[in-house]
Design a protein around this ligand. Sequence first.
Ligand code: ASP
Ligand code: MG
Length: 420
Amino acid sequence: MQVYKFGGASVVNAEAVKNLAAIIRQADKENLLIVVSAMGKMTNKLEELSSAYISGKENTHELLEEIKAYHFNILNELFSNHHHPVFNDIANSFVEIEWLLEEEASDAPDYIYDQIVSIGEVLSTKIVAAYLHETGLTATWADARNFIKTDNTYREGKVEWEKTETEIRKHLIPLLKKNIVVTQGFIGSTSENFTTTLGREGSDYSAAIFSSCLDAVSLTIWKDVPGVLNADPKWFDETERIPQLSYHDAIELTYYGATVIHPKTIKPLQNKNIPLYVRSFVNPEGEGTVINELKSILPVPSFIFKVNQVLISILPKDFSFIIEENLSDIFSLFHKHRVKVNTMLNSALSFSVSVDQDKEKIAQLIQELSVLYKVKYNEGLELVTIRYYNQDTIDRVTVNKEILLEVKSRHTCQMVMKDK
Ligand code: ASP
Ligand code: MG
């Protein structure tokens, strides 16, 4: 068994879908599962649609028309025969959303979100499967919701591994023995068969779940970059591809915010020792990166940048020490407000953390912390994480910066800074 995952950028338009098909044509097609995300930025559009519907705005019809037009444009370019059954199939998928939008939004917002947003993956996979089929690559479309079983935490479904594994073994393996199978990333369903999603950018994680339950020989994630790079080209001119990376380093890098792979992807693969290949769909001949049980450390230092950081310092009002009891209340407030800590430093008199800016959430958190503590904060900062740092790399990123917080472990250095 082999799993390929294609993200939104790899199915952004008709050209991209053709390119995907070309990659499949070159692949070993035996026992191949293809996991696909929604096309281009359609998940963002569907999010807009869902919030417009929930808040009773007028523009739901317009948004839906835009989403429809996007998909039908791609279909028109891919299929010269406009009577191909896929046109009807896609039209029918939209009818389901139209029915939902006609009623008043009376259900819980997170539930509605999942029912609407999940359609992006359903549409893209129907188009991809039909196109592969049309070009002579017999492919079966499969609904991931029959396999990926979750609890009912809408927008962030927690995977029920045992049920998922049972379904995959019973029903997906027989399909894969016959043909290539195309299915969705990002979506699953509850025991009552309501659709759930696994959290934004969750398709990589879906692909890892499938790989694990299938005991796949490998997972390949096809991206618009040549592989895992030592920094995001958005921030650095000179980046280097890392040819080989350990599961451990991959987990650390994604945990600190490297966006190349979803952080939840690695662990299930590591548990079964399944290699993860990150390859370029722009240059499929390229070597890419392999992530596996490598013993050696990264060949080059890696840099991860996060902007829009808020540094929050929490001090006891009476200038006593920060003790375990305080830390425990502080963490439970972070947990309650769902604010994720990017880096932290504790001293006798204060506890400082850096978090992503989210105006509403942070204001509420600070308000609640202020009941028991003195709270200071500083906005508009940058967090840099360097894995396998040395003084040179630190100097390189701190030119004209004032460092407000610095945390170092043996291999990782994190600095919260602002422009001088
Ligand atoms: N389409 C979903 C998203 O954009 C899932 C994914 O792309 O991984 O969040
Ligand atoms: Mg996407």
